[in-house]
Design a protein around this ligand. Structure first.
Ligand SMILES: C[S@@+](CC[C@H](N)C(=O)[O-])C[C@H]1O[C@@H](n2cnc3c(N)ncnc32)[C@H](O)[C@@H]1O
Length: 251
């Protein structure tokens, strides 16, 4: 009799069985949901707002279009897209985690964003939408947490209309060595401390730092997007490559 060896993946720096990752990521986001927006501002000194603004500017989204904000969490991009597409367009905020979706729905409703936004609990790997449906898909700081990234990219490709585009905003590999060193000190020493003080949770923020290091670098992600079917894939390094915005088209 042969023992079956389970397929493995990463959860931060740990190697785990593939089928464990989804629930471990879920725990992280259930735990951080209520402090997520505050922590984003504190951790990035507010710079995440500039990265997101740039993403919107590169999206080319216009009135009347259909947008999917995947792994949309508390809905920063959804709010901006909702204004851009207007009454004749629509935005779906999809996320696997109901705590994050709840925070997103409450925040957007409190800021008067209703009407053209829908909320859907969904896994990026198996999107419950028709083929060729969206004009634009964004996944902002979400892909890193997905167990099977190739499967998720293929799923996004399927639901995108011909002529549509995918934008992946994600942490990436800093371009300069000195920046790398300062960034390591910040990520592994300061970040978990902020997490402990503000959210009473240092472990989730340790996972955040580790998951960033394990995420594919700029060129690898570009190749993964091409392999999933996307054309004219390119990327912009933001803040010295700490973050990159990848864009690919379905022709
Ligand atoms: C760091 S938050 C990003 C939220 C938001 N997009 C932003 O930029 O502020 C990552 C989000 O990805 C979601 N997520 C993780 N794995 C997912 C999956 N397989 N499918 C869909 N969403 C997922 C989490 O629940 C969480 O809300």
């Amino acid at each position: 009799m042969t023992d079956q060896i389970p397929e493995t993946t990463h959860f931060g720096f740990r190697t785990i069985a593939k089928d464990e990752k989804e629930s471990m990521v879920a725990e992280v986001f259930h735990s951080v949901a209520s402090k997520y927006d505050l922590m984003n501002d504190l951790m990035s000194f507010g710079i995440h707002r500039i990265w997101k603004r740039f993403t919107i500017d590169c999206s080319g989204v216009r009135r009347g279009q259909k947008v999917l904000d995947l792994a949309g969490g508390t809905g920063d991009l959804t709010a901006k897209f909702s204004r851009l597409v207007g009454e004749t367009g629509s935005v779906i905020l999809a996320d696997i985690n109901d705590s994050m979706l709840k925070m997103g729905r409450e925040k957007l409703r409190d800021s008067g964003i209703v009407g053209n936004v829908r909320y859907v609990q969904a896994n990026a790997e198996e999107l419950p939408f028709p083929d060729n449906y969206f004009d634009c898909i964004t996944i902002s700081f979400g892909l890193r947490n997905v167990t099977d990234k190739d499967k998720a990219l293929r799923s996004m490709f399927r639901v995108l209309k011909p002529g549509g585009r995918l934008l992946v905003l994600e942490f990436s590999k800093p371009l300069l060595d000195p920046l790398n060193k300062a960034y390591d000190t910040y990520s592994f020493h300061i970040l978990p401390k902020i997490g402990e003080l503000v959210a009473n949770d240092s472990e989730s923020y340790r996972y955040l730092a580790e998951s960033i290091r394990m995420h594919p670098d700029q060129e690898t992600l570009k190749e993964m997007m091409s392999d999933a079917g996307f054309d004219s894939v390119s990327y912009y390094n933001l803040t010295g490559g700490i973050v990159a915005l990848h864009r690919g088209f379905k022709f």
